[in-house]
Design a protein around this ligand. Structure first.
Ligand code: PLP
Ligand code: COI
Length: 340
């Protein structure tokens, strides 16, 4: 298979149309057989549920070329399960897990020419999503839906790759108690757009959201969970009902304990504690692990001891082990790697 002529090393995180996308439509209470199609444009009614009331949920996962030349997807079963949970919360009919897994395989195989080569630092990002496609006017769930997986080759989420970023404590809230912060719904991202644009305008790379009920606890950023490392090398990560249960974070907790023998605490993290940590990073499919060098709280700077030039030593070990597993250099736990 001849690869596309793409400068893999200079890719950022942006959409590029690829040859095929997987589509299945839901009508009269069932999903149709689904197919790979060529058209990147979606044709839907002007009053579709997704357009009027944001009835849409999505996922994000990556496929990689391994050292020995296979193409693999990382834990797609976890994305299938989370998509189901997200769908149920927005009255969207879930897409069956076995079909999700099959669709991932089909769409990656059909776009093999876009899967970045081993060692390029890039990967193929898959974006599965479901949206209400038939007209609604009163506030109600749609009756028809489309499930689609698009894929696109990507590089690092933050400009500058593994360089530490600067984030700020955000005055806007991301999620309400008993709201939708724990699901991957477009609505959570729509309401973060003002906050992220404002952060960028003020010179920050991301927002640190605090819990909206008390504004004392660290939640997450707009697109990633937090990882902290204590001065005695314990990994600490916030536990909250209003953050997205990151698959990367759950994988890293396992890697930290089982591969690196580190102690891990998944618990409430007070903002007050942040100044005492040695390292801070963001973790997610897009972010992988992105180091945070500085956190600014209304003008007051917290400079992480790991500094602004590189990732701290513990996060670096976690990063190398996780990416080693994803690229087939380190033996993966059972079931983590799906060969395409
Ligand atoms: N938190 C939010 C708000 C996200 O959008 C993402 C991205 O998916 C994550 C966390 C990280 O989750 P995952 O590791 O499953 O990609
Ligand atoms: C992902 O990491 O897959 C996400 O969906 C995060 C998004 C902000 C790009």
């Amino acid at each position: 298979m001849e690869k596309k002529n793409i400068d893999w090393g200079s890719l950022g995180f942006a959409y590029m149309p690829t040859d095929k996308r997987y589509v299945s439509n839901y009508k009269d209470g069932k999903w149709d057989d689904g197919a790979l199609i060529d058209d990147p444009v979606v044709h839907i009614n002007e009053s579709a549920g997704v357009l009027q009331y944001a009835q849409t949920v999505f996922e994000g996962l990556k496929a990689y070329t391994t050292e020995d030349g296979h193409i693999v997807a990382f834990r797609p079963d976890m994305n299938a399960e989370r998509l189901e949970a997200s769908a149920l919360r927005l009255q969207i009919p879930p897409f069956p897990k076995d079909r999700f897994m099959e669709a991932v395989k089909e769409v990656v195989a059909a776009n093999e020419a876009y899967v970045p080569p081993y060692g390029s630092g890039a990967s193929l990002y898959l974006r599965p999503f479901i949206f209400g496609s038939d007209p609604v006017l009163g506030v109600a769930p749609a009756k028809e839906y489309q499930f689609r997986i698009l894929c696109t080759p990507v590089g690092p989420y933050f400009k500058g790759g593994a360089k530490p970023i600067t984030i700020r404590v955000c005055d806007f809230d991301r999620a309400a108690p008993h709201g939708t912060g724990h699901i991957k719904a477009g609505l959570n991202y729509a309401m973060s757009l003002y906050a992220i644009t404002d952060a960028h305008n003020q010179g920050y790379d991301e927002n640190m959201y605090l819990d909206s009920a008390t504004r004392t606890k660290v939640e997450e950023t707009g697109g990633a969970n937090f990882l902290f490392v204590t001065k005695d090398n314990k990994v600490v990560t916030p536990k909250s009902d209003t953050i997205l249960p990151s698959i990367t974070r759950r994988s890293l907790v396992y890697v930290a304990k089982e591969y690196l023998g580190l102690e891990v605490e998944e618990r409430e993290v007070l903002f007050e504690e942040v100044k005492d940590f040695a390292e801070c990073g963001l973790c997610g499919t897009a972010a992988v692990i992105s180091p945070v060098g500085k956190i600014v709280d209304h003008g007051k700077e917290i400079c992480m001891p790991s500094g602004m030039s590189e990732m701290g030593p513990v996060l670096k070990k976690l990063y190398e082990t996780l990416t080693g597993i994803q690229q087939g250099k380190i033996k993966a736990p059972e079931g983590w790697i799906q060969v395409i």
